[in-house]
Design a protein around this ligand. Structure first.
Ligand code: FPP
Length: 252
């Protein structure tokens, strides 16, 4: 595999704008993909892992530095236990199978979300993946697992409150200071959030961090997502004018 972030970035050719630094993806549509093929939903999740592998590789080649993917939400516990177990098993298998290669490729792995409540074997595997890749800085893969944005913000507020308890000299809270209590404290805000499967929702994903992200909703079901879809998403991102609350050129 080409090492993510090492291939020449074709988007720079001819003065084209650079790729967005951070792309986040809501990988949706696994169940519908499977149903359309007469397969069990879990087959869609399995093919979803292959789409994830393709996307990590393509993202690195296209010059993206940070990729964050939504793999299991705090709301997904409401799914049938069998499906929840398959999703946990897929995370485990993905890390076990891909960790050595990702590590060699300079990928830093992070898992965001509530660690509490994860089975002990998954939690320790995740700890190991993070520790073993902590020295890498070529490409940053963040897996949101047992993640919900409201849960993250609540945990951050609790951690902040604990940090100032009994400290009358505590500095007033700022946006930047609060961000340092979020799971994403070491990760820049996403520039582009993509949701596959034609649904138009953010579903409790990176609500704080995506305040100024460009949002892109594409019809493709996640197991079919490939490099061409990612390239097309980047082209559409470049058509957008990011104003961050200011006015555009010429005061428009
Ligand atoms: C949404 O599709 C997808 C998920 C809830 C799980 C995403 C998981 C993967 C892509 C594979 C697992 C990867 C790792 C690393 C664990 P859906 O099931 O809601 O699809 P539907 O809306 O068509 O039913």
């Amino acid at each position: 595999m080409a090492r993510p972030g090492t291939s020449p970035d074709p988007s720079h050719a001819g003065g084209a704008p650079p790729a967005p630094q951070h792309v986040a993806i809501i990988m949706d549509g696994n169940g519908r993909w499977a149903k359309a093929k007469g397969l069990p939903r879990t087959a869609g999740h399995e093919r979803g892992v292959e789409a994830l592998r393709r996307t990590v590789e393509a993202a690195g080649e296209l010059g993206i530095q940070y990729l964050t993917v939504f793999s299991f939400s705090t709301e997904n516990w409401r799914r049938p236990a069998d499906e929840v177990n398959v999703l946990f098993g897929l995370l485990k298998a993905y890390v076990q199978r891909d960790l050595a290669r990702l590590k060699d490729d300079g990928v830093r792995i992070r898992v965001i979300g509530q660690r509490e409540g994860l089975p002990a074997d998954i939690a320790s595997l995740v700890d190991r993946a993070e520790a073993e890749t902590a020295g890498n800085s070529r490409f940053f893969l963040t897996i949101a697992f047992n993640y919900g944005s409201r849960n993250e913000i609540l945990r951050a507020a609790q951690a902040y409150a604990a940090s100032i308890a009994g400290n009358p000299q505590a500095e007033p809270l700022s946006e930047a200071a609060f961000s340092r209590f979020l799971d994403t404290r070491e990760i820049p805000d996403p520039d582009l959030v993509i949701r596959t499967s034609g649904e138009y929702r953010i579903s409790n994903f990176l609500l704080w961090q995506a305040a100024y992200a460009e949002l892109l909703f594409v019809d493709v079901l996640w197991p079919d997502f490939n490099r061409e879809h990612l390239e097309s998403a980047i082209s559409r991102y470049h058509e957008r004018e990011r104003r961050f609350g200011t006015v555009g050129p010429g005061g428009t």
